[in-house]
Design a binder for this molecule. Sequence first.
Ligand code: IPM
Ligand code: MN
Length: 355
Amino acid sequence: MKLNIAKLPGDGIGPEVVDQAVKAVDAICRKFGHEVSYTYAPVGACAIDECGSAYPELTHQTCLESDAVLFGAVGDPRYDNDPTAKVRPEQGLLAMRKQLGLYANLRPVETFKSLIHKSPLKEELVDGADFLCIRELTGGMYFGEKGRTDGGDTAYDTNIYHRYEVERILNLAFEYAMRRRRHLTVVDKANVLESSRLWRQIAQEMAPQYPDVQTDYMFVDNAAMKLITGPKFFDVIVTENTFGDILTDEASCVSGSMGLLASASVGEHTSVFEPIHGSYPQAAGKNIANPLATILSAAMMFEYAFGLMEEGKAIRAAVSASIDSGVVTEDLAGDGKAFSTSEVGDWVAEYIANN
Ligand code: IPM
Ligand code: MN
């Protein structure tokens, strides 16, 4: 197969971790006989520096013309504490999501046996937890009308959802539930928010079409607690943009490290594969960041964008092997030796080549 991949490393540790994912992709392509090409494009703070926009038109065109996007991270401390900044790196990510129509963000949470002790939660609570968070990604407060009134002293962000936006994400969620353990939890705040009541109404309308799926409804505050007290309860979680942002960071604690969580954003155009951890500027350029989430995002890319399941499995096997062999970066090393970002990447690529 010919794979045309847009490579958007972005800021902070993005370039380092994407480099390691590229090594894994190259190793897979050599092994399985695929032809791969990468087209680099700037996004985030580096794009602002280069061309004044966090998601330049040329980057968008590159994404549209590619079969998949491998994305690192965006963000830069230069902008974080400046509420007056006119352009921000994060706008690049949001613009990309909107313009590519990436309305669904899939964040699987799994546990690795040999890392269970790294979770801040009790071992017996997390051992065997395995769920998929589906976050709506192009609606809600992130994109609703926002602004200031009252001479700047009043600010608002509108949490708005249209029926078609809710229907398409719930559809996807029911379909994923069918392919998994057939248990869907719709997370909302229907006791307070009108937009949540629309979500719940539509979910209740759709549920009878999926009689094999057990559908529950859970308020987001309760879900936040349940993720910590009983994560094994969940199979597929579906929720709106802001709740999903918060709950998926929380959910990452279940697997022991943010450095392990991969994600796929899918929708109307090219899909984007990225780690959930962000740009981690303190570690940028130090060759210490954990590349496994990005490597696992590449596994998702093979599975979701190309339907190449064996290839995805081979990457996952290599990642598990690196964890089991203690070839991990400092965030996971504990008392053992900490390997560098590139050493972990090289080891994973070697493993793919030789197994
Ligand atoms: C994420 C990030 C982004 C978000 C930021 C960087 C805009 O936190 O992908 O979860 O809030 O969606
Ligand atoms: Mn987030």
